[in-house]
Write a protein that binds this ligand. Structure first.
Ligand code: HEM
Ligand SMILES: *[C@@H]1O[C@H](CO)[C@@H](O)[C@H](O)[C@H]1NC(C)=O
Ligand SMILES: *[C@@H]1O[C@H](CO)[C@@H](O)[C@H](O)[C@H]1NC(C)=O
Length: 327
């Protein structure tokens, strides 16, 4: 892929704030999306999103994790169409994987509000999510990449679809591989993108089966003891669900320490630790732990690829005025 020189002005601005730029991320499948899609229709689009991400994440670093996860949960359910943002009693937001744990919606809303006042009806919510994920990776990991854009927003969001499409935390490596393969992502991309668990948190309910009633033998005993102090034994009508950092080494830094944690048997979720224990993926874990710069480049490329899943373009869908409701 030849770098499109006409995009360099936009990129230059981003580069100043992030220092590192990976050019030539090219593993993305054929896609009608285009880097710099808003260059003429709304020149400040990407800078506006970045401004709000920087502002909110400076105040609350956890929002970077929230925004990266938001893009994943958007793309794996009906493609990257902003369906995860729609409000409603039966929308994706209310599903088990999403309710009480997705965060960052206020960042998308703030960016959208300014975009609607500057360029009404131009910038899709799905693209805002993709930009915000990139800007988050940039801010907390110095991982920067061009985001092809031109996604359009969907009009459907169904509560049962996240559970049918998103991998649960108890999946083994083959099940994870098959889940990602259904979205067109490779085994290596699955392992690479799991590195997003280098930031953010998980509720106890997502991993307490590893410590109660019996302790998962693949869990480091000291780490298990630490987790038991945080998490109460599961109760039928539990009202509290505390959280633990997904990466116990550098919880607010997007880096390859996640893979070091796996090597120390400190992967928090079953779906994390199986990447080391399965012969299918263990070599990839060891490699990513060793070569952080290569992992960072693969992560950028895999994020771009994930961002192309089943996108709506052209005259499909719509450009929502408010990311929480269809027009
Ligand atoms: C490989 C399969 C994956 C599984 C089974 C999985 C599962 C989970 C679970 C259970 C949580 C914690 C939710 C909670 O209890 O609060 C979580 C958090 C998170 N996931 Fe994943 N995930 C996977 C892949 C990904 C991918 C591909 C990304 C993004 C590229 C991602 C980004 C995140 C982030 C950033 C968090 C922290 C969110 C926050 O702090 O708000 N995950 N994931
Ligand atoms: C992985 O999980 C699948 C589905 O739950 C199961 O059929 C399979 O036997 C498991 N594989 C291993 C290696 O445990
Ligand atoms: C849990 O809550 C339900 C509904 O409020 C109630 O009927 C049930 O008795 C409770 N179970 C326990 C074990 O407290």
């Amino acid at each position: 892929m030849a770098s499109n020189s006409s995009n360099f002005q936009v990129i230059g601005i981003l580069m100043l704030s992030c220092f590192i730029l990976f050019v030539g991320v090219s593993s993305a499948a054929k896609t009608p999306l285009k880097v710099g899609f808003y260059k003429h229709s709304c020149p400040p689009a990407e800078a506006i999103v970045q401004k709000y991400v920087n502002k909110f994440v400076s105040r609350n670093p956890g929002l970077a994790a929230g925004l990266i996860r938001l893009h994943f949960h958007d793309c794996f359910v009906r493609g990257c169409d902003g369906s995860v943002l729609l409000d409603g009693p039966n929308s994706e937001k209310e599903s088990i994987p999403n309710r009480r744990s997705l965060r960052g919606f206020e960042v998308i809303d703030a960016a959208k509000a300014e975009l609607e006042s500057r360029c009404p009806g131009i910038v899709s919510c799905a693209d805002i999510v993709a930009f915000a994920a990139r800007d988050s990776a940039c801010k907390v990991g110095k991982i920067d990449y061009d985001v092809p854009s031109g996604r359009r927003d969907g009009r459907v969001s169904l509560i049962n679809e996240p559970l049918q499409n998103l991998p649960p935390p108890f999946f083994n490596a083959t099940a994870l591989r098959d889940n990602f393969a259904r979205k067109g992502l490779s085994l290596d991309e699955m392992v690479t993108l799991s590195g997003a668990h280098s930031i953010g948190i998980s509720h106890c309910s997502s991993f307490s089966s590893r410590i109660y009633p019996t302790q998962d033998p693949t869990l480091d005993p000291d780490y298990a003891a630490f987790l038991k102090k945080i998490c109460p034994p599961p109760a039928v009508n539990a009202t509290v669900d505390p959280t633990a950092n997904l990466d116990s080494i550098t919880p607010n830094r997007l880096d390859n320490n996640y893979y070091m944690g796996l090597k120390a048997n400190r992967g928090l979720l079953t779906s994390d630790q199986v990447l080391l224990s399965s012969p299918l993926t263990s070599k990839m874990v060891v490699y990513n732990a060793k070569y952080g710069n290569v992992w960072a480049k693969k992560f950028a490329a895999a994020m771009v690829h994930m961002g192309t899943i089943e996108v709506l373009t052209g005259k499909q869908g719509e450009i929502r005025k408010n990311c929480r409701v269809v027009n």
